[in-house]
Design a binder for this molecule. Structure first.
Ligand SMILES: Nc1ncnc2c1ncn2[C@@H]1O[C@H](COP(=O)(O)OP(=O)(O)OP(=O)(O)O)[C@@H](O)[C@H]1O
Length: 405
């Protein structure tokens, strides 16, 4: 049987089917389409300005590796004029992060980008291995997430960079929407849906250029561009709630491939319902305490292994270069969306470390206090399974304060 030709170029052999339109694409056309859609996300949301210095939160995983590769390509193709750097946080997890950091070091050479590595050990005096040794695996993700959010900000400050981009993708955002919907937490749903999160007082803003990119497409892109990335998952325990939301979304995707972007879109629409808040069309979320609330990574990697779907996909791709993985529809955000609203919080500086926080003592310092007092188990008994840890952390802090008083 004659090979199917690419829907776009009509000359090359098709190796990818996109469920969006059942178009069969060749490698080159798929890569171009993927990059063009990220470019449209960037331009529609006006994510960057010429000359802007950008720190790419680089974990060595597929998402941030694809992000770095695509940003480099687009920066050159469309003359964004960006100065791109890699910023890696070393959580201190032997057998995981030390290996993935080796990948980031290679990426720095491959993409000709400067690399800054900041460690939990140097910032907090605790590596995650030490934290887990003390608190156990249950709930360790909350420590890691809170520490990473601050670490990314602090790393960016060291580089004198005011914009950190992360590899959060459409699946991650859909999970966050689903989790906050199930918790009835619209303000957090609103913040998690925004493509940009910035704080009134913090110099550092965050954005997610891959917000509309499906995880499966990211894997395909990495595969077909032969990107060098690290695919092992964190050795510590997954967050059960996010893992359940992930499984639910993956199941929905199987039945209806557009579910992921539909959930993201619903999240953007629901964000409008947050009373007294201001978010431009899921584009930007200005929170006075965004630094404390914005996801700093992880919390999505963990729990991802439900079913090992991505790992299986990667294996299949590696074994068969003519992969015909099912793709999902990418709908780009419409230009000129309405202004929407988000919750504002009271801003203050942590009395201990000076980090921006909605609390007198920031979450990292609260957790560190618990660790340093050698009694974190008391503090985390109330449960730690959320993507940003914030609601639970607020309860933890109350608990800790009560325990102390
Ligand atoms: N240790 C880290 N150093 C720098 N950035 C990080 C780190 N961990 C996570 N991030 C950032 O947060 C994003 C989401 O992280 P998460 O842990 O959810 O992994 P992920 O979705 O699998 O992404 P990746 O494939 O890039 O690891 C990453 O894409 C990256 O931009």
């Amino acid at each position: 049987m004659a090979p199917t030709l690419c829907f776009n170029c009509k000359t090359e052999r098709a190796v990818i089917i996109r469920p969006k339109n059942r178009h069969k694409l060749c490698r080159e056309c798929f890569i171009k389409v993927f990059e063009t859609e990220v470019h449209e996300t960037i331009t529609n949301a006006k994510l960057f300005y010429p000359g802007e210095r950008i720190a790419i939160g680089a974990s060595g995983g597929k998402d941030s590796t694809v992000l770095a590769a695509v940003l480099k390509t687009l920066n050159e193709r469309y003359n964004y004029g960006l100065e791109l750097s890699l910023l890696s946080i070393d959580e201190g997890i032997r057998g995981y992060r030390d290996d993935s950091l080796e990948t980031v070091k290679r990426n720095a050479v491959q993409y000709d980008m400067p690399l800054k590595i900041v460690g939990y050990g140097e910032l907090y005096g605790w590596t995650m291995d030490q934290v887990v040794e003390q608190v156990g695996k249950k709930g360790n993700c909350t420590y890691c997430g809170v520490f990473r959010r601050q670490a990314l900000d602090r790393g960016a400050a060291m580089l004198e960079i005011q914009h950190v981009v992360t590899g959060h993708n459409a699946d991650d955002v859909a999970e966050t929407v689903m989790m906050n919907l199930l918790r009835g937490d619209l303000p957090r749903l609103s913040r998690g849906t925004s493509i940009v999160t910035e704080s009134k007082a913090s110099d550092t803003k965050r954005s997610k250029p891959l917000k509309y990119a499906y995880e499966k497409e990211i894997v395909l892109y990495a595969h077909h561009r032969r990107l060098d990335y690290f695919s092992t998952e964190c050795i510590y325990s997954p967050e059960a709630f996010r893992g359940s939301a992930r499984t639910l979304i993956k199941d929905l995707e199987k039945i209806r491939p557009s579910s992921i972007l539909d959930i993201v879109k619903s999240g953007e629409d629901m964000a409008v319902l947050v009373p007294g808040n201001t978010v431009p069309g899921g584009k930007s979320c200005k929170s006075s305490a965004a630094a404390d609330d914005e996801a700093g990574g992880c919390g999505s990697q963990n729990g991802r292994s439900s079913g090992g779907e991505m790992a299986a996909m990667e294996q299949q791709l590696a074994a068969n270069d003519t992969a015909e993985s099912r793709e999902t529809e990418i709908k780009m955000p419409k230009k000129g969306s309405d202004t929407k609203k988000i919750k504002t919080q009271t801003l203050q500086y942590c009395e201990q470390c000076g980090y921006i926080s909605s609390q007198r003592i920031c979450k990292a310092c609260t957790l560190l206090d618990g660790l340093n007092r050698n009694r974190p188990k008391t503090a985390i008994e109330i449960g730690l399974e959320d993507e940003e840890g914030s609601s639970t952390l607020a309860r933890q802090m109350e608990h800790i304060q009560l325990t102390n008083s």
